[in-house]
Design a protein around this ligand. Structure first.
Ligand SMILES: Cc1ncc(COP(=O)(O)O)c(C=O)c1O
Length: 429
């Protein structure tokens, strides 16, 4: 008989141990999903407030999207980029229309990792400089370059290879030296960037790459003037500004299409994946004509821009526009945030509530301290699942709960989720 236990046993027999699912000895084996719900193989129903890591942006098996995926699947599935398909051009036009400033040239791949690889390659070819500055606590993907940009020791496997990728202090106000104001944290970050440039580089940059809100890092939200102070230093060193919007893009942060817009800074390159395709494998890099022009020679991605993914992406972006989901993300995000702050006042192990829009986090600590409590965080994730609520986890210390429902979530779902979360918090108190 097919049960969770039997599938988990078979999974362990054939999969890399490093591909470790959530929930320890009791992982969730998915049977099917619809809109905001997932059902496991044993018939239990869950309210999904993680969306496959901020990827199912408009609901599981969304009928309006799925219909267009199937329609395209029956028309033409794959040709590779040696031929042109119109639907790829339409998606690129939509990306150019919605992204800010002079971002006008698009390249499609299959993942956030590849989108970031493309951005770094283009920045290096455009500037003629090799050096990349990234942030500590960043997550950039799983190729060797992306793992080198990543600055979580646990996600850097196999030896890192790129000596030109340097990391600077990130604006993590909750874990900054005690007593510093957010303004002083930004000062410290600026000083670290300047010292890094002066000491371990030749002063010339290819790029600065950052997530507007560090995702895997635990939804770390920089102070309001952070990017505005970093960008001129990067540009003075000849570098371009790459905004990794893999988690923050496409309305997630509420009110704006892209995370970096919340800081009023115009990047030279943006990278996308995840929520752009509501679960279809997509990577996308958009940049200025000059930077795109500098990528001389041939580059190729077999599945990049394939018609079925493009149909799904186009349907997803049009759905977001039609239902004004960036506004919904702001409204439901505010509702969620208020309820999380109420919970913080009741539970002394919630150290900080932070985030933007429908990207909210709880940093779990030992009571009345800032000491991370990874054990209680894992227990909370499991307790929420037992109550029927799926959440995410993150943070360098494994002590951040990540909450990221679909962008078309409702007030009723936010209320249900926070009620279930409250019960889970009691269970781990
Ligand atoms: C900010 C960010 N960039 C890049 C990636 C890599 O994306 P992918 O897993 O699609 O390669 C991720 C994945 O979690 C991410 O969160």
């Amino acid at each position: 008989m097919t049960t969770t236990a039997s599938i988990v046993e078979r999974y362990k027999n054939v999969m890399f141990p490093a591909a470790a699912p959530y929930h320890g000895d009791n992982p969730l084996v998915v049977d099917h999903a619809k809109d905001q719900y997932i059902w496991d193989i044993d018939g239990n129903k869950y309210l999904d407030f993680f969306g496959g890591v901020l990827t199912v942006s408009v609901g599981h098996c969304n009928e309006e999207i799925t219909a267009r995926t199937i329609e395209q699947l029956q028309k033409v599935q794959h040709t590779s980029t040696v031929y042109i398909n119109e639907i790829m051009v339409r998606v690129a036009e939509k990306v150019v229309e919605l992204t800010p400033g002079r971002l006008q040239k698009v390249y499609f791949t299959n993942s956030g990792t590849e989108a970031n690889e493309t951005a770094i390659m283009a920045a290096r070819m455009y500037t003629g400089n090799p050096t990349i500055i990234a942030l500590r606590h960043a997550y950039s993907g799983r190729s060797m370059t992306a793992m080198t940009v990543t600055a979580h020791g646990t996600w850097r496997l196999g030896g890192v290879v790129d000596p030109y990728i340097r990391h600077v202090r990130n604006p993590y106000t909750f874990r900054a030296p005690a007593g510093l104001t957010p303004q002083q944290v930004v000062d410290l970050c600026v000083q670290d960037l300047e010292e890094t440039l002066a000491t371990v580089t030749d002063g010339k940059l290819a790029a600065f790459i950052a997530e507007p809100i560090q995702g895997v890092g635990g939804f770390i939200v920089p102070p309001q003037d952070y990017f505005g102070r970093i960008a001129p230093i990067v540009r003075a060193a000849g570098g371009v500004f790459i905004s990794d919007e893999v988690q923050t893009g496409w309305g997630r942060t509420g009110g704006k299409w892209f995370g970096i817009e919340q800081w009023g800074v115009e990047p030279d390159v943006m990278t996308f994946a995840k929520g752009m395709g509501n679960g279809s494998p997509i990577g996308c890099t958009v940049t200025t004509p000059e930077i795109a022009e500098a990528v001389k020679g041939a580059t190729f991605s077999t599945f990049g821009g394939n018609p079925v993914t493009m149909a799904t992406v186009l349907a997803t972006l049009e759905y977001m526009e039609k239902y004004d989901l960036k506004t919904n993300a702001a409204e439901q995000g505010a509702r969620l945030r208020a309820k999380l702050e109420e919970l913080q006042s009741e539970f002394n192990f919630i150290g900080e509530v932070r985030g933007m829009g429908l990207m909210q986090a709880l940093e779990i600590v030992k009571p009345h301290s800032t000491e991370p409590d990874a054990a209680r965080t894992a227990a909370l994730l499991n307790a929420a699942k037992d109550k029927g609520l799926l959440l995410g986890k993150g943070g360098l210390y494994g002590n951040v709960i990540r909450i990221s429902p679909h962008l078309n979530t409702t007030a009723a779902d936010v209320d249900t989720a926070t009620e279930l979360l409250a019960k889970a918090l009691v269970a781990v108190s």
